[in-house]
Design a protein around this ligand. Structure first.
Ligand code: 5AD
Ligand code: SF4
Length: 478
């Protein structure tokens, strides 16, 4: 029988953080092995991810640790350990989690061995954790974004105690390297280059739940990518809330453009993507690197948020409509085939019809390849939440519909322009509906379905785009 006091005995705990977590992985492995013997079967897990690519990457870290411990991935939430890695960027994401917790509770009543874990951005909000403590007593483990590297240790605590384990940190300056991670795809991977955000856009909760900006050391990033490539990865996505300010807080500062140049040199790596860029920090140096690069994909995600300089100022975005248009012009002058995509928020407090028309004007001028459109969501604790003149729902809905219609028309027109072209495609999976087809992605991030078999998965091949179906293509291998 493994006991909490023994496991946490001071003389047993290794000194460095990474060794400490490997120690807890071993302890968890022993506990899980005991349970397996008791039950006469393997224990299963299911990690359910909400939100952005950053969360998707965090979930891969959780899965990596769970698999080392001996848990087996389940197809559904009928598992012994279900984790929700949550998002809180918009209010509806929170409501979804509460809704699904009720449903998990029913499952838990039927499986007494079941554990429920909650982590991610939503857990960094005090009122959420209070609600969970009060109303969702059946949850076993709650942790946040800053201590995710302690997952193995927290899991050991949860496995060895009866009560809910809650561990939320306000912030951290730690980055723990070299913990296990299990990739969802064998041929592509996200790579964190920085954590947190310092921008405090007035509507956004991210800086409060992801903490201050910290960059990983370039040496660690390069080493991780080299290992990924040795392991079969051909495409990487560099992840950060604001990649254009990468490296500013390092002891030896380095720019994002320089980092890209270093990554470009890694043999065997074929495609580089990155996300997300903030227009205010986008440098000419970066545009030069994009123009020269043979590996960086022709896709730039550049969130606009609003086309009105007045609203942008209230959003604390620190650029104007004209600045944004100029940036797009500069990118296109150097890299004419660069696909530009964006995020737009409708209904920010005080947004007038004129402001909204400015947004539509940018949409007309830039002609985005695609745009994610969001209805403004009030996030408690952000400056915008207490701004006056919140826009009535029906007005927002009307603007949102008009924007979406126009954005979609333009993206379809732009997509159609590539019909007939031969493009390079990374084959990602077998088509879900028709198993004679495979599905791949162009450099510009668009999707194409074409006849092929699973042996193509992970390869970059040439495909002719024979037909444009609006948001995706039908093609044939050439
Ligand atoms: N309401 C609506 N959309 C938001 N986003 C961030 N915060 C909010 C909010 N409070 C959008 C922004 C950001 C994207 C990831 O989510 O457009 O770029
Ligand atoms: Fe939020 Fe702005 Fe930071 Fe993006 S840059 S995460 S929108 S505060």
């Amino acid at each position: 029988m493994i006991r909490l006091e023994d496991v946490f005995a001071e003389n047993k705990l290794p000194e460095t953080e990474v060794d400490r977590q490997y120690y807890f992985i071993q302890v968890a492995k022993d506990i899980v092995a005991e349970k397996e013997t008791e039950l006469g079967r393997k224990l299963t897990f299911c990690v359910n991810t909400f939100g952005c690519q950053m969360n998707a990457r965090d979930s891969e870290k959780l899965v990596g640790i769970l698999e080392q411990i001996g848990y087996v991935e389940a197809e559904s939430e009928d598992a012994d350990f279900v984790i929700y890695n949550t998002c809180t960027v918009r209010e509806n994401a929170n409501n979804k989690v509460y809704g699904r917790l009720g449903y998990l509770h029913n499952k838990k009543k039927k499986n007494p061995h079941m554990m429920i874990g909650l982590c991610g951005c939503m857990m960094q909000e005090k009122h959420v954790v209070e609600t969970i403590r009060k109303k969702y007593l059946f949850v076993d483990l709650v942790f946040g974004t800053h201590n995710i590297y302690k997952f193995a240790e927290l899991l050991v605590r949860a496995l060895l105690s009866e009560s809910m384990i809650v561990d939320i940190w306000e912030d951290t300056d730690q980055i723990v390297e070299d913990l296990p991670v299990e990739r969802k795809f064998h041929f592509k991977s996200g790579v964190n280059i920085m954590f947190g955000c310092n921008n405090f856009c007035s509507y956004c909760i991210v800086p409060y739940v992801r903490g201050r900006e910290r960059s990983r050391h370039p040496r660690d990033i390069i080493r991780e990518i080299q290992r990924l490539v040795a392991d079969g990865v051909v495409e990487i996505m560099l992840l950060g809330q604001n990649v254009n300010s990468y490296g500013k807080n390092l002891d030896e500062p380095i720019t994002f453009a320089r980092l890209l140049e270093e990554i470009e040199k890694i043999p065997g790596l074929q495609r580089i993507r990155f996300m997300t860029s903030h227009p205010k920090d986008l440098s000419d140096e970066l545009i030069e690197v994009l123009a020269k690069s043979k590996k960086i994909c022709n896709h730039f995600h550049l969130p606009l948020q609003s086309g009105s300089s007045r609203v942008l100022q209230k959003m604390n975005r620190r650029y104007t409509k004209e600045d944004y248009l100029l940036l797009v012009e500069k990118i296109r002058a150097k890299v004419p085939d660069m696909a530009i995509t964006t995020d737009i928020i409708v209904g920010f407090p005080g947004e007038t019809e004129e402001d909204f028309l400015e947004t539509l004007d940018v949409v007309e001028k830039v002609r985005f390849d695609s745009a994610f459109t969001f209805i403004y969501s009030k996030r408690t604790g952000t400056p915008a939440a207490v701004m006056e003149e919140q826009v009535p729902d029906d007005v927002v809905k009307d603007r949102f519909d008009r924007l979406l219609a126009r954005v979609q028309e333009i993206s379809q027109e732009k997509a159609a322009m590539l019909t007939g072209e031969v493009v390079s495609v990374l084959v990602e999976e077998q088509n879900g509906q028709d198993n004679t087809l495979v599905t791949g992605r162009l450099g510009n991030n668009a999707v194409v379905h074409f006849p092929g078999d699973v042996s193509l998965i992970g390869q970059i091949i040439s495909v002719r785009l024979t037909e444009c179906k609006g948001f995706y293509y039908i093609g044939e291998q050439v």
